[in-house]
Design a protein. Structure first.
Length: 358
């Protein structure tokens, strides 16, 4: 049963590849000096920030010798800092972002993933109330069903971001601490674990604190393994959504109609394209000429969305609370809509295939 309302438009078969080249600063001795210092590494004996983190973790019970060895093997990585500046969610329009994920191949492989892990997905839906196609779409968007889990050493990425990101160092310092604890507790070599440039890991690309909070041992083998075990990943994604308030059986979004152009002031006033909890009612939107394509309760609170398409038109959608829950995974309305549409497309194709078999 398709739980996402609204028709999916034709699938774009465009693969969009993004890369960011490192910036070379000429004749900037201060910058060069900073990078030279950074490249000396993160050994606690030489790096005061690393030493302070080590001391905190020692107080929490991790052995100092293991921490010294682990942090001493971390490397400064400039391209991690460069990549943080070029995230697709911040620079692409909806139709460009959509083209990355709504391909026929990704949809077909989503159906194959559901078939390959039918028992685990059915159990996750029964346990947590999250549809199989939504869990699958998350893993499909994040890692192409486990195919692309990231090539960066997580230790390097997090150490670089923790001690050298200009604005989010404190956040990534916490992630580095969580990562070291996970590696120690699970008895894995922290230098062997790879993930995204931002330190996200495994099939579902959990950052370390999310791994600690939401990862589950869904196959009862005594280990929460999101790197190699798709069953644990399935249960963990479902648990993440349930813990963030997913409403079983609820809709994700609705198609809507509205004026060709909305004033910028009105877009701000009505909180368009935000990833906060829904606060704008259907009645408020109707007062400004925005109507759902199907009857909805005037008191229903939604997230209004204005999406740019390749033909130059702006089209509207209203996200329900479950849309907001998806954006807890990645705080971008583009991400939320990509997951919603991919889950819808996977469910539609799966239904078609089952009807043909019948």
């Amino acid at each position: 049963m398709n739980r996402v309302k609204g028709k999916t438009s034709g699938y774009l078969l465009v693969a969009l590849m993004c890369c960011s080249a490192p910036v070379v600063f000429a004749n900037e001795p201060a910058q060069a000096s900073q990078q030279d210092t950074a490249r000396q590494g993160f050994a606690p004996q030489q790096n005061a920030d690393s030493r302070a983190l080590m001391n905190e973790l020692v107080e929490q019970g991790l052995p100092q010798a293991w921490l010294e060895e682990s942090l001493g093997r971390a490397h400064y990585t400039q391209n991690v800092l460069d990549a943080m500046e070029g995230a697709a969610e911040r620079r692409l329009k909806w139709y460009e972002y959509r083209a990355i994920f709504l391909t026929q191949q990704r949809i077909e492989e989503g159906v194959a993933f559901i078939e390959a892990h039918a028992d685990a997905l059915a159990r996750a839906e029964s346990t947590y109330g999250v549809p199989a196609e939504v869990i699958t779409a998350i893993i499909g968007v994040e890692t192409y069903y486990g195919r692309h889990k990231g090539q960066h050493r997580v230790l390097d990425s997090l150490a670089t971001l923790a001690f050298h990101h200009p604005t989010r160092g404190d956040f990534f310092r916490g992630e580095l601490a969580a990562f070291l604890r996970i590696a120690y507790e699970q008895q894995v070599d922290p230098t062997e674990l790879r993930g995204s440039y931002a330190g996200a890991m495994g099939y579902p690309q959990f950052i370390p604190t999310s791994y600690q909070a939401y990862a589950v041992d869904f196959d009862d083998d005594g280990r929460r393994d999101l790197w190699e075990n798709p069953v644990d990943a399935i249960g963990s994604v479902a648990n993440y959504f349930a813990e963030h308030g997913w409403k079983p059986g609820g809709d994700i979004y609705h198609q809507a109609d509205g004026p060709d152009v909305l004033p910028v002031e009105l877009l701000k006033e009505l909180s368009f394209n935000q990833t906060s909890s829904p606060t704008v009612t259907i009645a408020q939107l109707a007062d400004h000429g925005l109507e759902p394509s199907e009857p909805l309760d005037d008191a229903l609170e939604v997230v209004p969305l204005a999406l740019e398409f390749a033909d130059g038109e702006t089209r509207y959608r209203f996200g329900e609370f479950n849309f907001y829950v998806i954006t807890r995974y990645n705080h971008s309305h583009l991400y939320g809509m990509a997951v919603a549409e991919l889950s819808e497309a996977i469910a539609e194709l799966e239904n078609e295939l089952h009807e043909d078999e019948a």
